[in-house]
Design a protein around this ligand. Sequence first.
Ligand SMILES: [Zn+2]
Length: 453
Amino acid sequence: MYASIVGLRASLPAYKASLVLSDLYRSYDMQRQAHLDYVTGKKKAYSPPPGGSMHEAGRAFDLELDQIKKLGLPAFWPIARSFNLVPIIKSPDMSLSEAWHFDCRGSHDLVYDYYNAGNGTNFESAYRAMAASAIVSTGQKVDDLGPDPRTGYIQSGLIRLGQKIGNMDGAIGPKSRHALAGFNIDPALPLDAIVVEIERLLQKQFPKEYFTHSPSTLETDIPTHLLASTMLSNVVSAFAASPAFAASYVPPAASRKVLGGISQLVAQAKVINQAFKLPPRMLATLPGKELYLDSELQLDTDGWANGRGKGDIYWQPDTTLRYRDAKKTSIDSNRVPYFVLPLPESWPTQFGISLGDYAAVVYKDELSFAVFADRGPKTKIGEGSIELMRKLGEERLRSNGTVINAGMGPNVITIVFPGSGKPEHRASEATLLQSMAGEGTKRFKALGGVLPS
Ligand SMILES: [Zn+2]
């Protein structure tokens, strides 16, 4: 939506027109008021009750038709469409009601198609089903989908990922559970964990919907309420504990014993500006230049030698970091605790961190050392290997060898030591594990950390 508005705005002067918006985002309460105003005759244009408008998802705008009058609607429509903005009326006639309203349907269009094809029957129109899907995806409730938007969001995600689950009704029944299992998501996981996994699949499937080219301009260009409703991985940030970027950050109580003196260093840490989609609770550099991250930990199975067909559709045989053997063997996710840092390559190097450097990773009272072995999407931070999660107390392989696609946390603390890895450490897995333990222990203790007994 952001990219659509900015792109359209920039292109219009060439046609001697300009984009002036009279309405954009409406909350549940704002939409209810608009509907009441319509019902009581205060407002002439039709406003549906809450749950049926793309405005509630930050995916619709109303524009000032006067500003595009000379260009004309028939010429404006294809321009708007080239920015994925579609009109809500059927013919480009300025005199029609709602001629001013355009939607950015995004992947929610798939929910429209799904209902249009008769796969679900509980909404009065395919449009209203699509709007409900878009709204719960911002973390806002839709009455038709029950009091908790997470269940509707999970179903909306399953439909957009191509699953047939019958009605999207906010009740996770056998069909939804079956579809989750098909993605290797354990339906018995807590709702938040399922939301995170669905979110991960959606981000992979619809990257344009989540990632824009200039995240640094977002805060200044767009009001916060709209930003929250359109750009972020909304559901997760809406439900998870809110990130604390301020000096008020306190390390998790469950980890304070292991962190020891590091807790005091955190108070002097320099907070790093960032716009990650699953915002870490804290991202900063400590006075000694170590990188300090308090985040969720997503699972990366890359490099797992037996990983093919074991249930992670994103599994790849190779990691970015390799051993220095003739075959350039990858680092095995199931055998070596490793962590991932985001692309581009310049992101870690700005902190003096190179592939092969070590980190201490703390979760509750567990400690594991880990090696920087893989790079991830530039919009995400907080990812680690199967063996890292195992060392932190959470097993991700079932007894039959398939993987449970679930992250862990929040409150996983990763402290990266710049310059701690050396090429000679990577002669083999054995030398890497030994060097990791040696360097990690030395640096963690020097920083004030306490090895668990
Ligand atoms: Zn409108």
